[in-house]
Design a protein. Structure first.
Length: 186
């Protein structure tokens, strides 16, 4: 998908976007030296951590815009619009670590019965999206590993992220998608 050099470019871009917005309230332009491959539409998330704790995470699960544009937008959003946290202050920037996740297109998981879902998930490789009418929740692949969840716990927590009961994945009407991601960290 993305080379290490392109991943480094995106990490620097995400940090630059956050710094420019927090310090000067400007949204940076796409750099002229952007590799052509980063103009491809891809899903992306930017995660911010401070002293080992989550400080913000926003993204686009679907490939709806060029990756380079998506990174600028979601980096700023992770810093100022994650509803779980107050906006990041310019004084916090030195303690913020940026992580960029580039996502494959989500694919629906097909099963004959819901009890088969755990066997269709590879922990550490697959991220999940849980969808039911107007509710939708997403967890990146690294979350299950960080919390040492098994497949059923990963499914249950994705249900809760969607605002649903933890056992909603057993409902045949629920749609569950999986995707993979490449992760780049500062």
């Amino acid at each position: 998908m993305i080379t290490d050099a392109e991943g480094e470019f995106l990490l620097k871009l995400a940090r630059s976007a956050i710094e420019a917005y927090l310090k000067d309230k400007i949204i940076i332009n796409v750099p002229e030296d952007t590799p052509e491959s980063l103009n491809e539409e891809m899903g992306a998330f930017v995660t911010l951590n401070s002293k080992g704790q989550l400080r913000g995470c926003i993204g686009y699960p679907e490939p709806i815009k060029p990756l380079v544009n998506a990174i600028i937008e979601v980096a700023i959003s992770a810093a100022i619009q994650d509803p779980r946290f107050p906006p990041v202050s310019p004084q916090e920037l030195d303690n913020i670590e940026v992580e960029v996740s580039i996502l494959t297109k989500p694919q629906i998981i097909l099963v004959d019965k819901p009890s088969e879902y755990p066997g269709k998930i590879k922990l550490g490789e697959d991220g999940l999206i849980m969808e039911s009418s107007f509710c939708r929740g997403l967890l990146l692949p690294q979350v299950a590993v960080e919390w040492q969840w098994d497949e059923e716990e990963f499914l249950a927590n994705t249900c809760m992220k969607a605002g649903l009961n933890s056992d909603c994945w057993l409902d045949p009407e629920i749609k569950i998608f999986k995707f993979q991601s490449q992760i780049f960290e500062e």
